[in-house]
Design a protein around this ligand. Structure first.
Ligand SMILES: Nc1ncnc2c1ncn2[C@@H]1O[C@H](COP(=O)(O)OP(=O)(O)OP(=O)(O)O)[C@@H](O)[C@H]1O
Ligand SMILES: [Mg+2]
Length: 242
């Protein structure tokens, strides 16, 4: 479903991605682990061309993303949900309006259908009561959930999660991890989850990739990661003990 070949990205002299290769089979979840500043967000943004790669190819459903016109790219992006690292809600809109926005913009759904879809998503993320609130009235965890609801509202086939639990307490983080798994089961999406949260990584991943110095230095199942002797992998795993 997603295939990345020889991806390179540098900013000035700073090489961030130095020949990245991987593919994500349909209906599975791949977790990208890596230290802060290593290039995880850059990688996700390259996939949807929010950042233009220097070299390399990205295929989504066999289509070479770099060849698409802006119009075709926008069409493709409707099938891709992106949960940004900051929840990126519109501060001047209520929760309801935030959720309606992609539907009004990208679908022909009627008012009633939109209303139903908004309520369905809010129920799924457990925040039905927040429908008329403003983002400023929500806690960090609630914002993440609303962000999640909004990125899922078009029922995307691919979901890209950038640090879904950063800044959240361990209990809320676990709930978000559960939600990711629930959404995956309900909508059968293909997921990439970028995180440095090992609870999220181990509980959601079919496969884990570890990014370091511009390349993946580990590629395997959660069980294989646990057994791996790579030092950074061990350091990440030790964080689950505190
Ligand atoms: N638009 C940009 N211009 C210049 N440098 C950038 C740009 N975007 C990212 N970088 C640099 O690329 C590197 C990787 O950034 P990125 O945001 O991908 O890190 P990350 O792995 O997502 O970190 P975190 O876990 O803290 O979110 C950083 O050194 C960052 O400063
Ligand atoms: Mg990031």
């Amino acid at each position: 479903m997603i295939k990345v070949e020889n991806l390179y990205k540098r900013f000035g002299n700073h090489v961030v991605l130095n020949g990245v290769n991987f593919s994500v089979p349909e209906g599975t979840t791949t977790v990208v682990l890596g230290r802060s500043g290593i290039g995880k967000s850059v990688l996700l943004k390259c996939i949807v061309r929010l950042i233009e790669p220097d070299e390399g190819k990205i295929f989504i459903n066999g289509i070479d993303v770099s060849e698409l016109s802006i119009r075709e790219l926008n069409e493709l992006r409707k099938d891709i949900g992106f949960l940004f690292q900051s929840a990126a809600l519109y501060d001047s809109m209520t929760v309801k309006e935030n959720l309606e926005f992609p539907l009004i913009r990208h679908t022909e759904l009627s008012e009633e259908e939109i209303d139903l879809r908004v309520k369905e998503m809010l129920r799924l993320v457990g925040l039905s009561e927040a429908i008329d609130k403003m983002p400023s009235e929500l806690s960090g965890g609630m914002k993440k959930r609303i962000g999640l609801a909004r990125s899922l509202i078009l029922h995307p086939k691919i979901m890209l999660y950038d640090e879904p639990t950063t800044g959240l307490d361990p209990v809320t983080s676990k709930e978000i991890a559960k939600l990711i798994i629930q959404m995956q089961e309900k909508f059968k999406m293909t997921n990439i989850v970028v995180t440095h949260d090992m609870v999220v990584a181990l509980s959601t991943a079919d496969r884990i990739l570890l990014l370091e110095n511009g390349k993946f230095i580990f590629d395997g199942t959660p069980e294989e990661l646990i057994k791996s002797e790579i030092e950074i992998a061990q350091k990440f795993l030790s964080t689950t003990l505190d």
